[in-house]
Design a protein around this ligand. Structure first.
Ligand code: SF4
Ligand code: SF4
Length: 466
């Protein structure tokens, strides 16, 4: 018998969820590593600009880099220590990214020592958004989109609903689940702040029905609060993508190429809002996050609270690394980037550290076969695209045709088509290459030197001289 009335969207896939290993593992705090590697671009948008110099002492919570423009976020010291250097280091986002390296003092405590004078009760919309900006909060679900930008709703485009994403549809991950169960008060406080900041009148928390404890708990806590609803949605990938969740919960369609705000909706992740609800009353900035560390290569899988900038090698030492693992993924296996360098840091957007052993890697990357025209990828695609056709065009290098006739830009790289394909064609990887090629072309066009105009007078002189 089903416990909840579930809502859902059409298409999608049902990969094995592998959540049992960590879903009931309470959040534990990891110690500080001896050295932190803090990237300046832990968000979508322009990298932050350093405010500190080599040799400078910093305290936990202090701003160490300022935002560069509206679509950017500041960075704060995750621990008390001394700046060792500012130099490029490998990160999940790029091969080399400018980072602030901090040698952590042995006596450093987990206490945050730098505070903002925020008074949430007295804050209006603008003051709330400014505080969210100052704390360096970004989407913790993986997108790392600056939260102050998401919460800034223009007057001519009001938001009626705040959708709170508690799906966590990626296999293996359970950190959002644990946050909902262990920090419901912070989460609901964050939801109320977000309602105030956006001006929306109603919030709907959507949770996949494989987390019945979280659904029951939040339904109970919001029973007397009509502005906040808690809804169960079907466990299906990619239920947690913004467009799918809006379709499931509200039956509304975000227009092609548009954003949720085009239909009056703002979407935020549960982890992000729980962090907002925890930090704002304390006057603290974002210095740590909860991640799921799991996979066949981990001895003590679980959910860990980790200082930002902690190298994955340190996390693995603490969680127990079997040593024979073949691949590391930062985030979930469907959309998370693979990394191989153990110095790669945990950043604001890292929701998990997945360690696949060699057998799992071999299972997931065998040889490929030609397309057998089975149509499974078409049935799986939540955006109702034709991945088989897109794949054929990608193989032929016809990238422009993919965009012009087959709506490549609507693909949000969920990986459902690749996962379901019996021929093991790496469709989503091909689409990423095609999109990057198109972006490069666009950039080249924009930066191409404008044709030199001949000064009229000079040309006239030349004509006359001739
Ligand atoms: S990766 Fe793109 S084309 Fe493939 S299923 Fe997802 S949205 Fe559709
Ligand atoms: S799932 Fe794979 S084999 Fe089947 S139609 Fe799509 S690309 Fe071809």
């Amino acid at each position: 018998m089903r416990l909840f009335r579930r809502k859902t969207f059409s298409h999608g896939i049902h990969p094995p969820d592998h959540k049992a290993e960590t879903a009931h593992s309470p959040i534990r705090r990891l110690p500080f590593p001896p050295r932190l590697v803090v990237p300046l671009d832990q968000h979508i948008g322009k990298p932050a600009v350093p405010l500190v110099h080599k040799g400078q002492e910093v305290v936990r919570g202090e701003p160490i880099a300022r935002a560069d423009g509206f679509l950017s976020a500041p960075v704060h010291a995750p621990a008390t220590g001394r700046v060792r250097d500012i130099r490029p280091m490998p990160t999940a986002r790029d091969r080399l990214t400018p980072c602030i390296l901090i040698d952590v003092y042995e006596a450093a405590t987990q206490e945050v020592l730098w505070h903002y004078p925020w008074q949430p009760r007295k804050m209006d919309r603008q003051a709330l958004i400014q505080a969210v900006r100052e704390m360096g909060l970004v989407g913790l679900g993986g997108a790392a989109f600056p939260s102050h930008v998401k919460l800034s709703v223009p007057e001519d485009k009001p938001a009626h609903t705040l959708v709170v994403n508690g799906c966590e549809c990626e296999p293996y991950l359970s950190c959002d689940h644990r946050v909902m169960v262990e920090q419901p008060a912070e989460l609901l406080r964050g939801v109320r702040y977000a309602l105030r900041a956006t001006g929306a009148k109603r919030a709907i928390i959507g949770i996949e029905d494989n987390k019945p404890d979280a659904i029951r708990l939040l339904q109970k806590l919001t029973a007397e609060e009509p502005a906040i609803e808690v809804e169960a949605v079907a466990t299906k990938y990619p239920q947690g993508s913004e467009k799918m969740l809006i379709r499931s919960l509200m039956g509304l369609e975000v227009p092609a190429g548009g954003i949720p705000l085009d239909i009056g909706v703002v979407v935020n992740n549960v982890g992000t809002l729980a962090m907002l609800g925890a930090l704002l009353p304390q006057g603290e900035a974002l210095t740590e996050r909860v991640i799921t560390v799991t996979g066949p290569g981990v001895q003590r899988p679980g959910n860990y609270r980790v200082p930002l900038g902690t190298p994955i090698g340190f996390v693995l030492r603490e969680a127990g690394y079997r040593g024979e693992a073949g691949d590391f993924v930062l985030g979930g296996p469907m959309m998370g980037p693979s990394v191989s360098d153990l110095r790669t840091p945990i950043t604001k957007g890292s929701s998990g550290l997945l360690v696949l052993d060699e057998a799992a890697v071999r299972r997931e990357s065998p040889r490929t076969w030609p397309c057998i025209h089975c149509g499974r990828c078409v049935n799986a695609c939540p955006m109702r695209l034709n991945p088989a056709m897109l794949g054929r065009l990608a193989a032929a290098g016809e990238y422009q045709r993919m965009a012009a006739k087959y709506h490549l830009s609507d693909c949000f790289e969920c990986g459902s088509c690749s996962w379901i394909c019996p021929a093991r064609i790496p469709l989503v990887q091909q689409f990423r290459v095609a999109k990057q090629w198109l972006r490069d072309q666009e950039r080249r066009k924009r930066h191409a030197a404008p044709p030199r105009q001949q000064p009229l007078e000079a040309s006239g002189k030349e004509v006359r001289a001739a």
